[in-house]
Design a protein around this ligand. Structure first.
Ligand code: CP
Length: 328
């Protein structure tokens, strides 16, 4: 394989000792920073004409998705390919789970095929943690119910850091269905560890006051906090987790919490608007806002690929490689 010349040196991931990525709650500030720094280096690879590096040659990455996904599944798959790993998708709906095979037995069979890494999305909180106790492969949590979605949290952090040149000291609003959102939880852990002030905003049924225990401010009137925000992350109503029953109607929700141009105009002109996707145009945000100048929604997706390359590399433990041996 021909390797392009190195663009930037890879930051040393020396604090990294973890085998799994299960959540941002478990990570130290140094580990989060090492992932973000490594992702910035891998972001350079995606700008080359030849976008492949040999970092994970010979490794096998399995995607085990028990819930639908567009961004996470495809970007993990592409990230593994860009690192020269062999990749395989497992689709629960056409698997032998329908014949009564258990979740753990399924994973043990995949382990027996030599999987070095399993990327797991599951509707049950804690499902990736369970696998981490039963198989020897590295486990990456790609979203477990309403618990955590660590790579989404990391790509949100990377997008903020790239756009604002810092995270510490920023005021970040997470708006919408916080109760059912794994993205909210990963954002809360990551942002508070890196020194941001987090305001959780939504109806009391979806943003209970007890969330202040996580070190956040809780607000229920979006119009009162818009002017304080450096960043707003607009979260989807998790209808699949019964969130729709917790406010009178979608129209009423949109009236009080929808991100409209009028609300953007209440904020600073350099407000950074994020949304993890999928976005529901006309519900949580209007099309003009989603596609407007404050929005970094598609940059988040680009950064997600770099973050997933970084996580796959760091979990592989191949730290003895020189940057030139990795194609960096
Ligand atoms: N943001 C996110 O997790 O999107 P997908 O469900 O499409 O993976």
């Amino acid at each position: 394989m021909s390797i392009a010349p190195p663009p930037t040196p890879l930051p040393p991931p020396t604090p990294w000792k973890l085998k799994h990525l299960l959540g941002l709650e478990e990570l130290s500030i140094q580990e989060i920073t090492a992932i973000l720094d490594t992702a910035e280096s891998f972001g350079e690879v995606s700008k080359r004409s030849r976008k492949k590096v040999p970092a994970l040659q010979g490794r096998i990455v399995f995607n085990l998705f028990f819930e639908n996904s567009t961004r996470t599944r495809t970007s993990f798959s592409l990230a593994a390919k860009r690192l020269s790993a062999d990749t395989q998708d497992f689709t629960a709906s056409v698997s032998s789970l329908s014949k009564g095979e258990t979740f753990i037995d399924t994973a043990k069979n995949i382990e027996a095929m030599g999987a070095d890494v399993m990327v797991v999305r599951h509707p049950t909180p804690g499902a990736p943690h369970l696998l981490a106790r039963h198989v020897s492969s590295s486990i990456i949590n790609a979203g477990d119910g309403a618990h955590e979605h660590p790579t989404q949290g990391l790509l949100d952090l990377l997008t903020i850091r790239k756009k604002k040149k810092k995270i510490e000291g920023l005021t970040v609003g997470l708006v919408g269905d916080i109760s059912h959102s794994r993205v909210a939880r990963s954002n809360i852990w990551g942002l508070t560890k890196l020194g941001a002030h987090v305001i959780l905003c939504g109806p009391p049924t979806l943003v209970p006051k007890c969330l202040e225990k996580l070190g956040c401010e809780v607000a229920h009137r979006l119009d009162d906090v818009m002017h304080r925000l450096d960043v707003v992350n607009v979260l989807r109503i998790q209808f699949e987790r019964a969130a729709g029953g917790q406010f009178p109607s979608v129209a009423e929700y949109s009236h009080f919490y929808g991100m409209t141009q009028a609300r953007i105009d209440m904020a600073r002109s350099d407000l950074l608007l994020l949304a993890p996707g999928p976005i529901n145009r006309g519900v949580e945000l209007t099309p003009e806002v989603a596609d407007g100048p404050n929005s970094a929604i598609l940059e988040q997706v680009t950064n997600g690929l770099a973050v997933r390359m970084a996580v796959l590399h760091l979990l592989s433990g191949k730290f003895d490689q020189k940057p030139s041996e990795m194609g960096l």
